[in-house]
Design a protein around this ligand. Structure first.
Ligand code: GLU
Length: 347
């Protein structure tokens, strides 16, 4: 399919969602909760699910992690209608096999004058910042020093020492972007927060933001459920959708699972990899029960499979605060957080 056809497709007859793991490490309880909610939201309305492997982040992708993610999600009791393991009408479902589509999108943006090559290093950009950035994508609010500076990618390369490469940056427009998140409500952000964000690190490549936008349109996704650490990324994706005349799915950002200190889950908070819990003999229904308890849909200690949660699912039950992996949560699983010397994919 041509990129410029994507904006003109009729809406799919049923809601379509996606599970989009990045194989940069093993899935943990936080990922699992988000995927369970994405699954419930779509399946409770009789919709279709796609599993898409987001493996563009080359240096961080771990061998075997995509296969492990598929195995872990199936173990938990989730399923999907299309994916790398079962095919489907929008195959392939692995981003590194879809680069021709991203290249076409990049060319469209380049021809429209919406991207430019930039030679500033992360350090340069950080130096120009007044405040540190906490977002996962560290978009850094780049102010456009390289706008209009180079006539071509090649010119930008020539301005750099050997071993360094430019990035393509998307030219943000002044103003504010707002969207109504299905769960979190209205979210508005000054476009300067993102600034001219990077969308590709090589001449014909694509990073997460561009690939995600292209794939969500190409796979006719109508609802994106993901962690609220990606709220800011959504503003970047909305801007790209507008520039490429692509439809925008509904967005549903759910709070993350955090450690008692409020930080994102990390190894020091215990081994929460699904493969590790499974290796310790924890039943998938117990893991699902914990995820459902965190989400206001199960009593403490309950064992339940995702399909049995379908009749209980209501978005309004999900708490708006982060779920906490505290001692009580560990008691739910009846395992010691320090468990597991497990040979699975590392976290
Ligand atoms: N692949 C991303 C992740 O694992 C998710 C991106 C998305 O849902 O848009 O964090």
């Amino acid at each position: 399919m041509q990129l410029n056809d994507l904006g003109r497709q009729a809406a799919p007859p049923v809601p379509r969602g996606r599970l989009a793991p990045s194989p940069t490490g093993a899935l943990h309880l936080g990922n699992a909760r988000t995927f369970l909610l994405a699954w419930l939201s779509i399946r409770s309305r009789g919709g279709s699910l796609v599993l898409r492997v987001e493996d563009l982040d080359h240096p961080k992708v771990k061998p075997g992690a995509a296969e492990q993610a598929i195995e872990d999600l199936r173990w938990l009791g989730l399923d999907w209608d299309e994916g790398p393991d079962c095919g489907g009408p929008f195959a392939p479902y692995v981003q590194t096999s879809r680069t021709a589509l991203y290249k076409a999108a990049l060319e469209t943006l380049r021809d429209a004058g919406r991207v430019y090559p930039c030679v500033c290093s992360r350090h340069d950009v950080e130096q120009a910042q007044s405040a540190p950035h906490r977002s996962r994508f560290r978009s850094l609010g780049y102010e456009g020093k390289c706008r209009g500076r180079f006539r071509s990618w090649r010119d930008a390369c020539a301005a750099l020492p050997p071993g360094r490469a430019p990035v393509w940056r998307f030219r943000s427009e002044p103003g504010e972007t707002a969207f109504t998140d299905v769960f979190a409500g209205l979210h508005a952000q000054d476009n300067a927060v993102l600034g001219d964000f990077a969308i590709a690190r090589d001449e014909h490549g694509a990073g997460y933001q561009l690939a995600c936008v292209v794939d969500d349109a190409a796979m006719r996704i109508t609802e994106v459920v993901r962690g609220d650490d990606l709220m800011e990324a959504t503003h970047a994706q909305l801007a790209l959708q507008r520039a490429l005349s692509l439809p925008s799915p509904a967005y549903f950002h759910v709070p993350l699972v955090v450690a008692p200190d409020g930080h994102r889950l990390a190894k020091r908070h215990g081994d929460t990899r699904l493969c590790a819990l499974r290796a310790c003999g924890v039943a998938p229904e117990l893991v699902c029960g914990l995820l459902a308890w965190w989400s206001g849909m199960a009593g403490f200690g309950e064992k339940i499979a995702p399909r049995d949660l379908l009749q209980r699912y209501e978005m309004s039950k999900i708490p708006h605060r982060a779920a906490v992996l505290d001692e009580k949560a560990w008691q739910y699983l009846k395992v010691d957080p320090k468990i597991t010397e497990n040979p699975g994919v590392p976290a």
